[in-house]
Design a protein around this ligand. Structure first.
Ligand SMILES: *[C@@H]1O[C@H](CO)[C@@H](O)[C@H](O)[C@H]1NC(C)=O
Ligand SMILES: *[C@@H]1O[C@H](CO)[C@@H](O)[C@H](O)[C@H]1NC(C)=O
Ligand SMILES: *[C@@H]1O[C@H](CO)[C@@H](O)[C@H](O)[C@H]1NC(C)=O
Ligand SMILES: *[C@@H]1O[C@H](CO)[C@@H](O)[C@H](O)[C@H]1NC(C)=O
Ligand SMILES: *[C@@H]1O[C@H](CO)[C@@H](O)[C@H](O)[C@H]1NC(C)=O
Ligand SMILES: *[C@@H]1O[C@H](CO)[C@@H](O)[C@H](O)[C@H]1NC(C)=O
Ligand SMILES: *[C@@H]1O[C@H](CO)[C@@H](O)[C@H](O)[C@H]1NC(C)=O
Length: 418
Protein backbone atom coordinates (compact mmCIF):
# COMPACT_ATOMS: atom_id res chain seq x y z
CA UNK A 1 0.00 0.00 0.00
CA UNK A 2 1.53 3.35 -0.94
CA UNK A 3 1.26 6.42 1.23
CA UNK A 4 -1.29 7.84 -1.09
CA UNK A 5 -3.52 4.84 -0.98
CA UNK A 6 -3.02 4.73 2.73
CA UNK A 7 -4.47 8.19 3.01
CA UNK A 8 -7.26 7.37 0.64
CA UNK A 9 -8.04 4.46 2.85
CA UNK A 10 -8.10 6.51 5.93
CA UNK A 11 -10.64 8.87 4.47
CA UNK A 12 -12.46 6.29 2.39
CA UNK A 13 -12.85 4.42 5.54
CA UNK A 14 -15.23 6.77 7.22
CA UNK A 15 -18.10 4.42 6.66
CA UNK A 16 -16.10 1.67 8.27
CA UNK A 17 -15.20 3.84 11.21
CA UNK A 18 -18.76 3.82 12.24
CA UNK A 19 -18.38 0.11 12.39
CA UNK A 20 -15.86 0.37 15.07
CA UNK A 21 -15.89 -1.05 18.46
CA UNK A 22 -18.51 -0.75 21.00
CA UNK A 23 -18.86 -1.30 24.56
CA UNK A 24 -21.16 -2.73 26.97
CA UNK A 25 -23.07 -1.35 29.71
CA UNK A 26 -24.90 -3.62 31.93
CA UNK A 27 -27.65 -1.40 32.98
CA UNK A 28 -29.72 -3.95 34.57
CA UNK A 29 -30.58 -5.35 37.83
CA UNK A 30 -33.96 -4.92 39.09
CA UNK A 31 -33.90 -2.80 42.05
CA UNK A 32 -36.11 -3.16 44.94
CA UNK A 33 -38.57 -0.80 46.02
CA UNK A 34 -41.20 -0.86 48.60
CA UNK A 35 -44.10 1.36 49.19
CA UNK A 36 -43.24 2.10 52.68
CA UNK A 37 -41.93 5.32 54.03
CA UNK A 38 -39.62 3.32 56.23
CA UNK A 39 -37.72 2.20 53.20
CA UNK A 40 -36.68 5.67 52.33
CA UNK A 41 -34.80 5.71 55.60
CA UNK A 42 -33.53 2.16 55.54
CA UNK A 43 -32.21 1.92 52.04
CA UNK A 44 -28.91 3.55 52.79
CA UNK A 45 -25.40 2.40 52.06
CA UNK A 46 -24.43 1.75 55.64
CA UNK A 47 -22.34 -1.12 56.93
CA UNK A 48 -24.63 -3.89 58.07
CA UNK A 49 -27.67 -3.07 55.94
CA UNK A 50 -28.96 -5.45 53.30
CA UNK A 51 -28.80 -2.68 50.71
CA UNK A 52 -25.10 -2.25 51.44
CA UNK A 53 -24.37 -5.98 51.18
CA UNK A 54 -26.08 -6.19 47.82
CA UNK A 55 -24.38 -3.09 46.54
CA UNK A 56 -20.96 -4.29 47.72
CA UNK A 57 -21.32 -7.83 46.38
CA UNK A 58 -24.13 -8.16 43.89
CA UNK A 59 -25.48 -11.68 44.44
CA UNK A 60 -27.05 -12.80 41.18
CA UNK A 61 -24.69 -13.76 38.40
CA UNK A 62 -24.31 -11.23 35.61
CA UNK A 63 -23.36 -12.44 32.17
CA UNK A 64 -21.84 -10.44 29.38
CA UNK A 65 -22.41 -11.70 25.89
CA UNK A 66 -20.40 -10.62 22.91
CA UNK A 67 -21.55 -10.86 19.32
CA UNK A 68 -19.09 -10.17 16.55
CA UNK A 69 -19.61 -9.06 12.99
CA UNK A 70 -17.61 -11.29 10.67
CA UNK A 71 -16.76 -9.35 7.51
CA UNK A 72 -17.48 -11.55 4.50
CA UNK A 73 -16.29 -9.39 1.58
CA UNK A 74 -12.96 -7.77 2.55
CA UNK A 75 -11.60 -7.63 -1.01
CA UNK A 76 -14.72 -5.87 -2.26
CA UNK A 77 -14.63 -3.36 0.59
CA UNK A 78 -11.08 -2.39 -0.33
CA UNK A 79 -12.40 -1.71 -3.83
CA UNK A 80 -15.02 0.61 -2.39
CA UNK A 81 -18.06 -1.58 -1.95
CA UNK A 82 -20.05 -1.56 1.24
CA UNK A 83 -19.08 -4.10 3.88
CA UNK A 84 -21.22 -7.19 4.35
CA UNK A 85 -21.22 -8.80 7.76
CA UNK A 86 -22.53 -11.88 9.47
CA UNK A 87 -23.31 -11.75 13.16
CA UNK A 88 -21.72 -14.56 15.17
CA UNK A 89 -22.14 -15.26 18.83
CA UNK A 90 -22.82 -15.21 21.62
CA UNK A 91 -19.52 -15.61 23.41
CA UNK A 92 -20.50 -15.46 27.05
CA UNK A 93 -18.55 -14.37 30.10
CA UNK A 94 -19.70 -14.38 33.66
CA UNK A 95 -18.95 -11.05 35.22
CA UNK A 96 -17.96 -10.57 38.84
CA UNK A 97 -18.18 -6.98 39.94
CA UNK A 98 -17.69 -6.43 43.65
CA UNK A 99 -17.09 -3.02 45.19
CA UNK A 100 -13.64 -2.97 46.74
CA UNK A 101 -11.56 -0.63 48.92
CA UNK A 102 -14.82 0.60 50.45
CA UNK A 103 -14.48 3.56 52.79
CA UNK A 104 -17.19 5.58 54.41
CA UNK A 105 -16.63 9.33 54.32
CA UNK A 106 -18.11 12.46 55.83
CA UNK A 107 -20.12 10.87 58.59
CA UNK A 108 -21.58 8.15 56.41
CA UNK A 109 -23.05 10.49 53.82
CA UNK A 110 -20.56 9.32 51.19
CA UNK A 111 -18.70 6.13 50.41
CA UNK A 112 -15.68 5.65 48.18
CA UNK A 113 -14.96 2.40 46.33
CA UNK A 114 -13.55 0.87 43.19
CA UNK A 115 -15.64 -1.52 41.11
CA UNK A 116 -13.40 -4.37 40.02
CA UNK A 117 -14.76 -6.41 37.12
CA UNK A 118 -13.58 -9.93 36.36
CA UNK A 119 -14.73 -11.94 33.35
CA UNK A 120 -14.77 -15.72 33.20
CA UNK A 121 -15.57 -17.49 29.94
CA UNK A 122 -18.66 -19.76 30.00
CA UNK A 123 -18.30 -22.30 27.21
CA UNK A 124 -21.68 -23.90 27.89
CA UNK A 125 -23.38 -20.60 27.16
CA UNK A 126 -21.31 -19.75 24.09
CA UNK A 127 -21.59 -20.56 20.43
CA UNK A 128 -17.99 -21.72 20.24
CA UNK A 129 -14.64 -21.54 22.02
CA UNK A 130 -12.65 -18.34 22.50
CA UNK A 131 -10.39 -19.61 19.72
CA UNK A 132 -13.07 -19.03 17.03
CA UNK A 133 -11.75 -16.77 14.27
CA UNK A 134 -13.34 -13.45 13.42
CA UNK A 135 -12.45 -11.33 10.41
CA UNK A 136 -12.94 -7.74 11.31
CA UNK A 137 -11.64 -4.22 10.89
CA UNK A 138 -7.95 -3.86 11.70
CA UNK A 139 -8.40 -1.29 14.43
CA UNK A 140 -4.71 -0.82 15.32
CA UNK A 141 -3.89 -0.12 11.66
CA UNK A 142 -6.79 2.28 11.30
CA UNK A 143 -5.90 4.04 14.51
CA UNK A 144 -2.28 4.67 13.60
CA UNK A 145 -3.13 5.66 10.03
CA UNK A 146 -5.55 8.21 11.37
CA UNK A 147 -3.07 9.43 13.96
CA UNK A 148 -0.08 9.74 11.67
CA UNK A 149 -1.77 10.68 8.41
CA UNK A 150 -0.04 14.06 8.48
CA UNK A 151 3.42 12.77 9.40
CA UNK A 152 4.80 11.47 6.13
CA UNK A 153 7.84 9.84 7.71
CA UNK A 154 5.71 7.59 9.90
CA UNK A 155 3.02 7.16 7.25
CA UNK A 156 5.83 5.75 5.08
CA UNK A 157 6.85 3.25 7.70
CA UNK A 158 3.23 2.21 8.08
CA UNK A 159 2.66 1.70 4.40
CA UNK A 160 5.88 -0.20 3.81
CA UNK A 161 5.22 -2.39 6.82
CA UNK A 162 1.67 -3.15 5.69
CA UNK A 163 2.99 -3.96 2.22
CA UNK A 164 5.75 -6.20 3.52
CA UNK A 165 3.47 -8.35 5.64
CA UNK A 166 0.62 -8.21 3.17
CA UNK A 167 -1.74 -6.76 5.75
CA UNK A 168 -4.72 -4.61 4.99
CA UNK A 169 -7.63 -2.96 6.68
CA UNK A 170 -9.00 -6.25 7.86
CA UNK A 171 -7.53 -8.72 10.25
CA UNK A 172 -8.51 -12.18 11.40
CA UNK A 173 -8.05 -12.88 15.10
CA UNK A 174 -9.59 -15.14 17.64
CA UNK A 175 -12.43 -14.01 19.87
CA UNK A 176 -10.11 -14.17 22.89
CA UNK A 177 -7.46 -12.05 21.16
CA UNK A 178 -9.89 -9.42 19.96
CA UNK A 179 -11.35 -9.00 23.41
CA UNK A 180 -8.42 -9.45 25.76
CA UNK A 181 -5.49 -8.43 23.59
CA UNK A 182 -2.97 -9.62 21.03
CA UNK A 183 0.46 -8.37 19.99
CA UNK A 184 0.02 -6.40 16.81
CA UNK A 185 2.88 -6.47 14.27
CA UNK A 186 2.34 -2.92 13.05
CA UNK A 187 2.25 -1.49 16.57
CA UNK A 188 5.41 -3.42 17.34
CA UNK A 189 7.14 -1.95 14.29
CA UNK A 190 6.05 1.57 15.30
CA UNK A 191 7.23 1.05 18.85
CA UNK A 192 10.75 1.45 17.46
CA UNK A 193 9.86 5.04 16.55
CA UNK A 194 7.65 5.76 19.53
CA UNK A 195 8.61 3.65 22.56
CA UNK A 196 5.57 4.86 24.51
CA UNK A 197 3.28 2.87 22.19
CA UNK A 198 1.75 -0.27 23.61
CA UNK A 199 2.02 -3.04 21.01
CA UNK A 200 -0.90 -5.01 22.39
CA UNK A 201 -4.42 -4.26 21.25
CA UNK A 202 -7.73 -5.65 22.46
CA UNK A 203 -11.21 -4.22 22.89
CA UNK A 204 -11.17 -5.16 26.56
CA UNK A 205 -7.40 -5.22 26.92
CA UNK A 206 -6.39 -4.64 30.56
CA UNK A 207 -10.02 -4.64 31.62
CA UNK A 208 -10.09 -8.06 33.23
CA UNK A 209 -9.71 -8.01 37.00
CA UNK A 210 -9.23 -4.25 36.96
CA UNK A 211 -11.30 -1.26 37.94
CA UNK A 212 -12.07 1.98 36.12
CA UNK A 213 -10.93 4.31 38.90
CA UNK A 214 -12.20 5.37 42.27
CA UNK A 215 -15.77 6.50 42.72
CA UNK A 216 -17.35 8.42 45.56
CA UNK A 217 -21.05 7.63 45.92
CA UNK A 218 -23.70 9.30 48.04
CA UNK A 219 -25.09 6.81 50.52
CA UNK A 220 -28.66 8.03 50.61
CA UNK A 221 -28.39 9.03 54.23
CA UNK A 222 -29.46 12.59 53.53
CA UNK A 223 -32.16 11.76 50.98
CA UNK A 224 -33.32 8.42 49.62
CA UNK A 225 -33.09 9.92 46.13
CA UNK A 226 -29.32 10.16 46.54
CA UNK A 227 -28.92 6.42 47.03
CA UNK A 228 -25.81 5.23 45.14
CA UNK A 229 -25.59 8.45 43.13
CA UNK A 230 -22.08 9.18 41.91
CA UNK A 231 -20.54 12.22 43.55
CA UNK A 232 -17.06 11.93 42.06
CA UNK A 233 -15.15 9.74 39.64
CA UNK A 234 -11.35 9.75 39.72
CA UNK A 235 -11.46 12.72 42.06
CA UNK A 236 -13.54 14.88 39.73
CA UNK A 237 -17.20 15.93 39.76
CA UNK A 238 -17.33 16.17 35.98
CA UNK A 239 -15.62 15.02 32.80
CA UNK A 240 -13.44 17.10 30.51
CA UNK A 241 -13.73 15.26 27.19
CA UNK A 242 -16.74 17.13 25.88
CA UNK A 243 -17.26 20.74 24.96
CA UNK A 244 -20.24 21.80 27.09
CA UNK A 245 -20.75 21.68 30.84
CA UNK A 246 -24.02 19.73 30.46
CA UNK A 247 -22.34 17.03 28.36
CA UNK A 248 -19.49 16.78 30.86
CA UNK A 249 -21.80 16.21 33.84
CA UNK A 250 -21.58 12.95 35.76
CA UNK A 251 -25.24 12.24 36.44
CA UNK A 252 -26.95 9.55 38.45
CA UNK A 253 -25.75 6.13 39.54
CA UNK A 254 -23.56 3.57 37.75
CA UNK A 255 -26.67 1.88 36.38
CA UNK A 256 -26.47 -1.11 38.69
CA UNK A 257 -28.53 0.42 41.51
CA UNK A 258 -31.24 3.01 41.73
CA UNK A 259 -32.95 4.67 44.64
CA UNK A 260 -36.03 2.98 46.08
CA UNK A 261 -39.58 3.95 45.22
CA UNK A 262 -39.23 4.70 41.55
CA UNK A 263 -42.18 6.41 39.90
CA UNK A 264 -43.14 6.27 36.25
CA UNK A 265 -42.54 9.94 35.71
CA UNK A 266 -38.90 9.85 36.78
CA UNK A 267 -35.84 10.28 34.63
CA UNK A 268 -33.16 7.80 35.67
CA UNK A 269 -29.68 9.13 35.07
CA UNK A 270 -26.61 6.92 34.93
CA UNK A 271 -22.95 7.32 34.07
CA UNK A 272 -20.82 4.76 32.23
CA UNK A 273 -17.07 5.16 31.91
CA UNK A 274 -17.15 2.67 29.02
CA UNK A 275 -19.51 4.92 27.14
CA UNK A 276 -17.60 8.03 28.27
CA UNK A 277 -20.77 9.92 29.21
CA UNK A 278 -23.94 10.05 31.27
CA UNK A 279 -27.22 8.95 29.76
CA UNK A 280 -30.77 8.67 31.01
CA UNK A 281 -33.72 6.36 30.73
CA UNK A 282 -37.45 7.06 30.96
CA UNK A 283 -40.45 4.86 31.68
CA UNK A 284 -41.62 2.83 28.75
CA UNK A 285 -44.06 0.16 29.87
CA UNK A 286 -44.95 -2.30 32.57
CA UNK A 287 -42.88 -5.45 32.38
CA UNK A 288 -42.58 -8.76 34.07
CA UNK A 289 -39.29 -10.39 34.95
CA UNK A 290 -39.68 -13.99 36.09
CA UNK A 291 -43.17 -13.23 37.16
CA UNK A 292 -42.16 -10.17 39.13
CA UNK A 293 -43.96 -7.08 37.90
CA UNK A 294 -41.73 -4.17 37.04
CA UNK A 295 -41.38 -0.93 35.23
CA UNK A 296 -39.33 -0.99 32.10
CA UNK A 297 -37.16 2.05 31.55
CA UNK A 298 -35.12 2.70 28.43
CA UNK A 299 -33.07 5.53 26.94
CA UNK A 300 -35.21 7.44 24.44
CA UNK A 301 -33.74 8.04 20.98
CA UNK A 302 -33.17 11.67 22.02
CA UNK A 303 -30.26 10.56 24.22
CA UNK A 304 -28.07 9.86 21.19
CA UNK A 305 -29.80 12.11 18.68
CA UNK A 306 -28.18 14.93 16.74
CA UNK A 307 -29.74 17.71 18.81
CA UNK A 308 -28.58 21.03 20.21
CA UNK A 309 -28.29 19.52 23.71
CA UNK A 310 -25.93 16.88 22.31
CA UNK A 311 -23.84 19.28 20.24
CA UNK A 312 -21.19 19.14 22.99
CA UNK A 313 -20.56 15.48 22.17
CA UNK A 314 -19.50 16.27 18.60
CA UNK A 315 -15.78 16.46 18.09
CA UNK A 316 -14.23 18.48 16.72
CA UNK A 317 -17.03 20.93 17.66
CA UNK A 318 -19.65 21.29 14.95
CA UNK A 319 -18.60 18.05 13.32
CA UNK A 320 -21.57 15.85 14.23
CA UNK A 321 -21.70 12.40 12.73
CA UNK A 322 -25.47 12.12 13.01
CA UNK A 323 -28.03 10.52 15.30
CA UNK A 324 -27.44 7.29 17.14
CA UNK A 325 -23.65 7.28 17.16
CA UNK A 326 -21.13 8.66 19.61
CA UNK A 327 -17.55 9.44 18.69
CA UNK A 328 -15.52 8.50 21.76
CA UNK A 329 -12.00 9.11 20.45
CA UNK A 330 -11.39 11.79 23.07
CA UNK A 331 -11.69 9.26 25.87
CA UNK A 332 -10.08 6.29 24.08
CA UNK A 333 -6.55 7.54 23.39
CA UNK A 334 -7.68 9.11 20.12
CA UNK A 335 -8.53 5.75 18.56
CA UNK A 336 -11.13 6.28 15.82
CA UNK A 337 -13.90 4.62 17.76
CA UNK A 338 -17.54 5.38 17.29
CA UNK A 339 -20.13 3.70 19.43
CA UNK A 340 -23.69 2.90 18.56
CA UNK A 341 -26.48 0.68 19.74
CA UNK A 342 -26.46 -2.84 18.31
CA UNK A 343 -27.11 -2.82 14.58
CA UNK A 344 -27.31 0.98 14.70
CA UNK A 345 -30.66 0.80 16.45
CA UNK A 346 -32.13 4.32 16.63
CA UNK A 347 -29.36 5.68 14.43
CA UNK A 348 -29.65 7.49 11.12
CA UNK A 349 -30.71 5.27 8.26
CA UNK A 350 -27.47 6.03 6.41
CA UNK A 351 -25.44 3.99 8.92
CA UNK A 352 -27.72 1.00 8.63
CA UNK A 353 -27.50 1.20 4.83
CA UNK A 354 -23.72 1.50 4.84
CA UNK A 355 -23.24 -2.01 6.10
CA UNK A 356 -24.96 -4.97 4.60
CA UNK A 357 -26.32 -7.22 7.32
CA UNK A 358 -27.56 -4.60 9.80
CA UNK A 359 -31.07 -5.33 11.01
CA UNK A 360 -31.93 -3.00 13.86
CA UNK A 361 -34.98 -3.94 15.87
CA UNK A 362 -36.40 -2.81 19.15
CA UNK A 363 -36.82 -6.24 20.78
CA UNK A 364 -33.22 -7.29 20.36
CA UNK A 365 -31.28 -4.07 20.29
CA UNK A 366 -32.93 -1.69 22.69
CA UNK A 367 -31.33 -0.98 26.03
CA UNK A 368 -33.74 -1.72 28.81
CA UNK A 369 -33.73 -1.55 32.56
CA UNK A 370 -36.43 -3.41 34.40
CA UNK A 371 -37.14 -2.08 37.81
CA UNK A 372 -39.36 -3.59 40.38
CA UNK A 373 -41.09 -0.62 41.96
CA UNK A 374 -43.29 -2.35 44.43
CA UNK A 375 -42.02 -5.49 46.03
CA UNK A 376 -44.76 -7.96 46.61
CA UNK A 377 -42.73 -11.09 46.82
CA UNK A 378 -42.60 -13.18 49.88
CA UNK A 379 -39.42 -13.81 51.66
CA UNK A 380 -38.46 -17.18 50.29
CA UNK A 381 -38.35 -16.04 46.74
CA UNK A 382 -36.62 -12.88 47.58
CA UNK A 383 -33.34 -13.33 45.91
CA UNK A 384 -33.46 -15.49 42.94
CA UNK A 385 -30.27 -16.58 41.42
CA UNK A 386 -31.98 -18.99 39.06
CA UNK A 387 -30.53 -18.63 35.60
CA UNK A 388 -32.51 -16.21 33.59
CA UNK A 389 -31.75 -15.39 30.05
CA UNK A 390 -32.46 -11.82 30.06
CA UNK A 391 -31.91 -9.23 27.47
CA UNK A 392 -32.45 -6.61 30.05
CA UNK A 393 -29.82 -4.14 30.30
CA UNK A 394 -27.78 -3.46 27.57
CA UNK A 395 -26.47 -0.80 25.66
CA UNK A 396 -24.04 0.59 23.59
CA UNK A 397 -22.60 -2.10 21.81
CA UNK A 398 -21.97 -2.15 18.55
CA UNK A 399 -19.65 -2.23 16.33
CA UNK A 400 -17.51 -3.34 14.10
CA UNK A 401 -16.66 -6.19 15.56
CA UNK A 402 -18.24 -6.51 18.65
CA UNK A 403 -21.83 -6.54 18.83
CA UNK A 404 -21.91 -6.18 22.44
CA UNK A 405 -25.02 -4.96 23.83
CA UNK A 406 -26.73 -8.08 24.63
CA UNK A 407 -25.36 -8.75 27.98
CA UNK A 408 -27.18 -11.50 29.58
CA UNK A 409 -28.03 -10.40 32.96
CA UNK A 410 -29.30 -11.99 35.96
CA UNK A 411 -31.94 -9.90 37.36
CA UNK A 412 -32.07 -9.55 41.05
CA UNK A 413 -35.07 -8.70 43.02
CA UNK A 414 -34.27 -7.48 46.43
CA UNK A 415 -37.07 -7.34 48.88
CA UNK A 416 -35.63 -7.10 52.32
CA UNK A 417 -38.79 -6.04 54.05
CA UNK A 418 -41.55 -7.86 52.34
C1 LIG B 1 -18.20 -3.35 58.11
O1 LIG B 1 -18.22 -3.99 59.36
C2 LIG B 1 -17.40 -5.13 59.43
C3 LIG B 1 -17.65 -5.82 60.79
O2 LIG B 1 -17.80 -4.86 61.78
C4 LIG B 1 -15.94 -4.73 59.25
O3 LIG B 1 -15.11 -5.87 59.29
C5 LIG B 1 -15.81 -4.04 57.88
O4 LIG B 1 -14.48 -3.57 57.72
C6 LIG B 1 -16.78 -2.89 57.78
N1 LIG B 1 -16.73 -2.37 56.41
C7 LIG B 1 -16.53 -1.09 56.11
C8 LIG B 1 -16.46 -0.75 54.68
O5 LIG B 1 -16.40 -0.22 56.95
C1 LIG C 1 -21.53 13.60 62.30
O1 LIG C 1 -22.71 13.14 62.96
C2 LIG C 1 -22.73 13.44 64.36
C3 LIG C 1 -23.98 12.76 64.96
O2 LIG C 1 -25.05 12.83 64.09
C4 LIG C 1 -22.74 14.95 64.54
O3 LIG C 1 -22.74 15.24 65.92
C5 LIG C 1 -21.50 15.52 63.88
O4 LIG C 1 -21.52 16.93 63.95
C6 LIG C 1 -21.42 15.11 62.41
N1 LIG C 1 -20.16 15.53 61.87
C7 LIG C 1 -20.06 16.07 60.63
C8 LIG C 1 -18.68 16.39 60.19
O5 LIG C 1 -21.03 16.31 59.95
C1 LIG D 1 -9.75 -12.85 34.18
O1 LIG D 1 -8.99 -12.97 35.35
C2 LIG D 1 -9.38 -14.09 36.14
C3 LIG D 1 -8.62 -14.05 37.45
O2 LIG D 1 -7.49 -13.28 37.37
C4 LIG D 1 -9.14 -15.38 35.37
O3 LIG D 1 -9.57 -16.49 36.13
C5 LIG D 1 -9.96 -15.32 34.08
O4 LIG D 1 -9.72 -16.46 33.29
C6 LIG D 1 -9.60 -14.08 33.30
N1 LIG D 1 -10.50 -13.97 32.18
C7 LIG D 1 -10.08 -13.83 30.94
C8 LIG D 1 -11.10 -13.69 29.90
O5 LIG D 1 -8.89 -13.79 30.64
C1 LIG E 1 -15.44 -15.69 10.28
O1 LIG E 1 -14.91 -15.60 8.97
C2 LIG E 1 -13.65 -16.21 8.83
C3 LIG E 1 -13.13 -15.90 7.46
O2 LIG E 1 -14.07 -16.25 6.48
C4 LIG E 1 -13.79 -17.72 9.07
O3 LIG E 1 -12.53 -18.35 8.98
C5 LIG E 1 -14.36 -17.92 10.48
O4 LIG E 1 -14.60 -19.28 10.71
C6 LIG E 1 -15.64 -17.15 10.66
N1 LIG E 1 -15.98 -17.23 12.08
C7 LIG E 1 -17.09 -17.78 12.55
C8 LIG E 1 -17.24 -17.82 14.02
O5 LIG E 1 -17.97 -18.21 11.82
C1 LIG F 1 -27.05 15.90 33.55
O1 LIG F 1 -28.21 16.33 34.24
C2 LIG F 1 -28.58 17.69 33.99
C3 LIG F 1 -29.83 17.96 34.77
O2 LIG F 1 -29.65 17.63 36.10
C4 LIG F 1 -28.85 17.91 32.50
O3 LIG F 1 -29.09 19.26 32.24
C5 LIG F 1 -27.64 17.47 31.70
O4 LIG F 1 -27.93 17.55 30.31
C6 LIG F 1 -27.29 16.04 32.05
N1 LIG F 1 -26.11 15.67 31.30
C7 LIG F 1 -25.98 14.45 30.73
C8 LIG F 1 -24.73 14.21 29.95
O5 LIG F 1 -26.81 13.58 30.84
C1 LIG G 1 -44.55 11.84 39.78
O1 LIG G 1 -45.66 11.08 40.20
C2 LIG G 1 -45.84 11.05 41.60
C3 LIG G 1 -47.03 10.14 41.91
O2 LIG G 1 -46.99 9.03 41.11
C4 LIG G 1 -46.12 12.46 42.12
O3 LIG G 1 -46.24 12.44 43.52
C5 LIG G 1 -44.96 13.37 41.73
O4 LIG G 1 -45.24 14.69 42.10
C6 LIG G 1 -44.71 13.31 40.24
N1 LIG G 1 -43.50 14.05 39.97
C7 LIG G 1 -43.37 14.84 38.92
C8 LIG G 1 -42.04 15.52 38.76
O5 LIG G 1 -44.27 15.03 38.12
C1 LIG H 1 -26.99 17.59 12.89
O1 LIG H 1 -27.88 18.65 13.18
C2 LIG H 1 -27.46 19.89 12.64
C3 LIG H 1 -28.40 20.98 13.16
O2 LIG H 1 -29.73 20.59 13.06
C4 LIG H 1 -27.49 19.81 11.11
O3 LIG H 1 -27.04 21.03 10.56
C5 LIG H 1 -26.52 18.69 10.70
O4 LIG H 1 -26.59 18.51 9.29
C6 LIG H 1 -26.88 17.39 11.38
N1 LIG H 1 -25.82 16.45 11.08
C7 LIG H 1 -26.05 15.22 10.61
C8 LIG H 1 -24.85 14.41 10.31
O5 LIG H 1 -27.17 14.79 10.47
Amino acid sequence: MSVKSCCIYSTGVISILTLIAGIVLVLSQVFQNIVNAKIKKEIVLRNGTHAFDVWENPPPPVYMQFYFFNVTNPAEVLKGERPAVLEVGPYTYREFRPMERVNFLENGTKVSAVNTKTYVFQSDMSKGPESDLIRTVNIPAMTVMEKFKDTSFIANIISSYMKSVNEDLFTTQTVGELLWGYKDGLLKALKVVDPTLDDVFGLFYKQNATDDGEYVFLTGQQSYKDFAVIDQWKGQNSLNWWTTDECNMINGTNGASFHPIITKNETLYMFSSDLCRSIYAIYEEESSVMGVPGYRFSPPSKVFANTTENAGFCSPPGNCLGSGVLQVSACKQDAPIVMSSPHFYQADEKFVKDIFGMKPNKEQHETIIDINPVCKLNRNINLMPAPYHNPTATMGHSVHNVDIGKPLTHTSVICPYS
